[in-house]
Design a binder for this molecule. Structure first.
Ligand code: FE
Length: 252
């Protein structure tokens, strides 16, 4: 998660990597402006819904899930894990703290169940009829759909006429104490290459960060979307504010 990579950089664990290969293979919003970490695999944190009880036309944005239409229908993962901390940090970047607090308050008052420990449980709760709509990382949906292709869930891409779907990365950097700098730099370059990106994306059901690499057919069957282009360093910079807001509105 970019929030964790940002922390590693801030604590001085990572050293800058100056590489034209990395900067040309990886879009700028998915890497550290100071070149200490680089996103290598992209996931969207998006809306998942019950195809039995929700029409895609009922959905629009993340903030819309705070409206009373969704009362006792929303299920989400705990605020204690970095994924939702990063999502909220990026919402703060997009909407500011006051507006984000309102969104979170709405989410909390719409909850159909206390927050779950992971994204898979969120989807299982929707399948079981406990809730109708949730927010998850795309690859967890992929894992569940692989086990059961008839899963009664679908993904929705919110914020398509505004800021775009929130994305995050798995990524890497080179530790400051590295004894094998040249090899580490070469390895990072290779991980961003078309060949490695293809392998990576086929295995983990995520999206390649390198725009020249096609999305795996299973993943592309979920549809394409406009992604939020705010730099992921905001996931780290706004993390403390995100945790404070979630705490303040009683999002456990
Ligand atoms: Fe995960």
């Amino acid at each position: 998660d970019a929030g964790n990579l940002w922390h590693a950089a801030k604590e001085g664990v990572l050293q800058p990597v100056s590489s034209e290969i990395l900067t040309s293979n990886i879009p700028s919003h998915l890497r550290d402006p100071n070149n200490k970490w680089f996103g290598l695999s992209l996931r969207a944190r998006t809306i998942v819904y019950s195809i039995k009880r929700v029409q895609p036309g009922d959905l629009t944005t993340y903030d819309d899930l705070s409206k009373t239409d969704w009362k006792q229908r929303l299920v989400i993962r705990t605020s204690k894990k970095v994924y939702n901390q990063s999502l909220v940090a990026m919402l703060i970047k997009e909407h500011g703290e006051d507006e984000t607090a309102k969104i979170l308050k709405g989410w909390v008052s719409n909850l159909a169940a206390p927050p779950f420990s992971n994204d898979t449980k969120v989807m299982e709760a929707i399948i079981a009829g406990q809730g109708d709509v949730g927010i998850v990382n795309t690859y967890y949906y992929g894992r569940l759909a692989k086990k059961d292709p008839n899963i009664p869930l679908a993904l929705f891409w919110p914020n398509q006429s505004s800021g775009g779907v929130h994305v995050n990365v798995s990524g890497a950097g080179v530790v400051a104490a590295s004894k094998n700098k040249a090899e580490a730099f070469a390895f990072l370059d290779w991980l961003s290459s078309e060949k490695a990106q293809q392998i990576f994306a086929d295995v983990n059901m995520e999206y390649p960060v390198n725009p020249n690499v096609p999305v795996n057919p299973t993943v592309s069957s979920w549809g394409s979307f406009k992604q939020n282009k705010n730099n992921l360093r905001n996931a780290g910079e706004n993390q403390a504010a995100a945790i404070r807001l979630m705490d303040r509105v009683g999002y456990k």
